[in-house]
Design a protein around this ligand. Sequence first.
Ligand SMILES: [Zn+2]
Length: 247
Amino acid sequence: MEMYERYIRQIVLRGFGLEGQEKLRKTIVCVLGLGGLGSIVSLYLAGMGVGRLRIVDSDIVEEVNLHRQILYDMDDLGKPKAYAAMDKLHRLNPEVEVEALVCHVDEQTIDRVIDGVDIVLDGLDNFETRRIVNRACFRYSIPYVYASVIETYGSIAVFKPGESGCFECIFRGVSDEDLPRCERVGVLPAAVGVIASIEVVEAIKLILGWSPNLVGKMAFIDLYSLTFNVFDISRNPECSVCGRGVT
Ligand SMILES: [Zn+2]
């Protein structure tokens, strides 16, 4: 019990227990993208004592990141985000094994990036990469917790191979050119915090065997108007990733 002292405030949660802590310790989570979402997601998961975190990003830390990317500080400017993050997460919780990949996620790298992980969490900033991730997660039957945020709003969904539709079912045909960019329209830091926190909670439910609420559903949250909506998302039977149209 002593070894779990640092986790006692979550172990006493109803339905969590030592059993839940053990499940966390045995889980390998991949966080793709270490920007605003990835910062918060990886901090919470490391703090909670997930067994291994594989964190992936090809960027370096810039001053313009610091208003929302709470993994980093002024001392990290110019460092690869994955290495700065690994350092910070290790100082937060040395019991967590952190594997940092300074790597661009694309068709060539995705198999290696998600090899052997139990769950993939989205901290990405574009649909093209999410499409690649979604396809690979379905190929290897790895649950993919999708999240995205811009301006004051964002969305979250859990794509679970065999149980739900997938990213492609919903966003077929949507390209990055159709979407607003953070560089132009901005993003509210605390809005990122809300979306990322829900993303983590859904991931924890998956890990603990609680029922995630966003399998087959998508939450859409706007902090400007403080509106929370959850929609059913139906599986597209002709989907090229999870349906009959598999290519
Ligand atoms: Zn699909």
